[in-house]
Design a protein around this ligand. Structure first.
Ligand SMILES: Cc1cc2nc3c(=O)[nH]c(=O)nc-3n(C[C@H](O)[C@H](O)[C@H](O)COP(=O)(O)O)c2cc1C
Length: 190
């Protein structure tokens, strides 16, 4: 069966949202970013794609450091706020309780269950955006989000975003483990 090409140019992908932190003009600023991804390991690299005009970009370009903070679903409103209003116009430095790890210009958000501090490793210039690739310097997760020393995604309850349609979602059910759910799968020939 041949599928007909749709009129959509943006696939409705489900993406976790993060709050990217940077110090800009001497103050912490945070923006919502759904376009982020793991780019490599050893060193472990995470990429974020942020429009060049954003206030956050100014701080990342200057200090070459940023943070990635994963909000839980109950932080949807404050995440949306940080993704609606620019630090150019509103002061977002007091919205969260901020802490620092090893890096002095990667402000992190205490209220978020997962915090990652990154050193800028590379920047890729695109037509509208800058892809900042950060090397992970430290990962912070409070004990209350762990079960038996491992991060517990049910406790973290990450905020999810539906690309293209702009909806927020919560995580569903656990359905299996990597290299296990498919290990006995028998492909049917077409
Ligand atoms: C849920 C959500 C996801 C977003 N994802 C991105 C993204 O991946 N890249 C981007 O450039 N802007 C994204 N934005 C828009 C920025 O967060 C927004 O323009 C923000 O106000 C920029 O803040 P700043 O100017 O203080 O840096 C997103 C906004 C929301 C609400």
């Amino acid at each position: 069966m041949r599928k007909a090409k749709t009129k959509f140019n943006r696939p409705p992908l489900i993406l976790p949202v993060c709050l990217v932190g940077a110090n800009v003009d001497g103050k912490p600023n945070f923006e919502a970013i759904a376009w982020f991804n793991i780019a490599d390991y050893n060193p472990y690299l995470i990429s974020i794609s942020s429009e060049r005009t954003h206030y956050t970009n100014k701080g990342i370009r200057k200090n070459k450091e940023f943070s990635i903070n994963v909000p839980s679903a109950d932080m949807a409103a404050v995440t949306d706020y940080c993704g609606t209003y620019s630090g150019e116009k509103v002061d977002k430095s007091k919205v969260f309780d901020v802490f620092y790890g090893e890096l002095t210009n990667a402000p992190m958000i205490s209220e978020c269950p997962i915090n990652v501090e990154c050193k800028l490793a590379r920047t890729i210039e695109l037509s509208h955006g800058e892809v900042f690739i950060g090397e992970v310097v430290g990962v912070y997760i409070e004990e209350k989000y762990l079960t038996g020393n491992k991060p517990d995604i049910r406790k973290i309850d990450p905020l999810l975003f539906e690309e293209g349609l702009g909806n927020y979602w919560k995580l569903g059910k656990h359905i299996g483990k990597i290299h296990n759910i498919g290990k006995d799968y028998k492909p049917k020939s077409k």
